[in-house]
Design a protein around this ligand. Structure first.
Ligand code: SAM
Length: 416
């Protein structure tokens, strides 16, 4: 087992070097120990499962196995010393724009005499909550409660620390939940949460669909490998339905993903919101682009020390594994759960609709270095080659008729 780790690390270095992505810092002893423990669990599950497990089960273990998975271990993930940077980490302007959208819903609820609650899924380091609360206080729209739903005990500690450091006064409004509240009115925020949900993988061999699973390499019992099995159950139904809609794409060798968690997740949210807006921010496409004929190897992407590659079998527990979001699937799940699609726009248009330019002009800096830093943040959030186009915002509403400011520029709901 021990050299399984060394060989995976070597494979990762080769993958990165071949892509021109350079040297990495080797994981420390405790991270290697956790990875080895997780690896042994995955191998055991494959053996118990008759030689294979589904990719979703593998991805769930790699990211969320208690104490060992990437998101639940103490590993540093966010920021410069981690593996990736998210929008609220890049600039406070992101949370402030969201704050302007919250303000509009706050006023709608105020007219009905209802207090606004915010529920954030997967709050990361807590920076979005801290910046948003600070801004909402400035514009007199503080929520009655700010719920956080976090699966990682270590991230929960990190969030508490961030909020303590930014303003302990707000802590009494913040509540960490183990399960969804019974009901509430207000805003749901999930930034880069959908892409971190486990997906199933399917592929076409000789033009027939099958499920791509994870097994043990027949020539090297220390290594994981891809294998296949017949499609069954919900995955079979979903792939057949996709075949009807995107048929010409699905030819020999085509491989892609399906997130079967979306429908129950959206339904669980729709069931508890009385009046409000769900803001889902993530990288993804409408269905026809997602299952485009040219996207022959799907959208799985792994992050390790700010380098992206597509080998999800390397070093489970030590690298992030993600898949792009099929926003059409999310919108359909919402409509089936009696929610309304309030809008669908690229992140840049959403931020502009929420007043990014006004916020920016108020924050103009005299100091040229500070001004350059601010401009750099805006570029990263809005430029098409950065997050501006790749990231989309899908708004789902319940009992809100007023057009929402975030979707007032170039709404692309028709593309879903
Ligand atoms: C890429 S991080 C994004 C963190 C943060 N939202 C940000 O923007 O910095 C993804 C987070 O989503 C969380 N997550 C994934 N599925 C979840 C679910 N069903 N409920 C709550 N959190 C979830 C993960 O634990 C992880 O913390």
């Amino acid at each position: 087992m021990s050299d399984a780790y060394i060989r995976q690390l070597e494979s990762l270095k080769q993958v990165l070097l071949a892509s021109g992505l350079g040297e990495i810092v080797e994981p420390d002893e405790s991270a290697i120990k956790r990875h080895k423990e997780l690896y042994a669990i995955i191998i055991d599950r494959i053996q118990q499962g008759g030689g294979q497990i589904s990719f979703a089960d593998y991805m769930h273990a790699a990211l969320y196995e208690p104490g060992l998975g990437y998101y639940v271990s103490g590993l540093r993930k966010f920021g410069e010393g981690g593996d990736f940077v998210t929008a609220p980490e890049i600039s406070p302007l992101f949370a402030q724009c969201l704050g302007n959208q919250v303000q509009q819903v706050y006023r709608i609820l105020e007219k009905q005499g209802t207090a606004l609650t915010i529920l954030e899924f997967g709050p990361g380091t807590g920076i979005l909550a801290a910046t948003l609360l600070e801004y909402l206080q400035q514009i007199n729209c503080l929520p009655e409660k700010y719920y956080m739903l976090e699966v990682s005990p270590t991230l929960m500690q990190r969030q508490k620390q961030t909020l303590m450091e930014s303003n302990p006064e707000w802590l009494h409004r913040v509540q960490w939940l183990q399960a969804l509240p019974k009901s509430f009115s207000g805003i749901v925020i999930a930034n880069e949460v959908l892409d971190a949900m486990p997906v199933e993988v399917f592929q076409f061999t000789a033009n027939a669909p099958e499920q791509a699973c994870i097994g043990i390499d027949s020539e090297d019992p220390d290594q994981l490998s891809w294998c296949t099995q017949a499609l069954t159950g919900d995955l079979a139904k979903r792939v057949a339905m996709l075949g009807d809609q995107c048929g010409p794409s699905f030819v020999d060798g085509y491989r892609s993903e399906v997130n079967l968690w979306i429908d129950p997740w959206i339904k669980s949210i729709a069931d508890i919101i009385d009046t409000g807006l769900v803001m889902l921010i993530d990288y993804g496409y409408p269905r026809r682009e997602y299952y485009h004929a040219e996207r022959t190897s799907g959208t799985l992407m792994c992050y390790f020390q700010h380098r992206a590659h597509d080998n999800a079998l390397l070093l489970p527990g030590l690298q992030d594994i993600t898949a792009y979001v099929d926003f059409t699937a999310v919108a359909l799940a919402a409509v089936a759960a009696d929610m309304t699609v309030a809008g669908f726009v690229p992140q840049a248009q959403f931020l502009l609709g929420c007043g990014l330019d006004r916020l920016l002009s108020k924050q103009m800096q005299q100091d040229p270095v500070a001004q350059a830093a601010l401009s750099q943040q805006v570029k990263r959030l809005t430029m098409p080659g950065e997050m501006g186009e790749r990231f989309k915002v899908l708004g789902l509403s319940k009992q809100i008729d007023e057009p929402l400011i975030g979707f007032s520029i170039a709404d692309q709901t028709h593309k879903l």
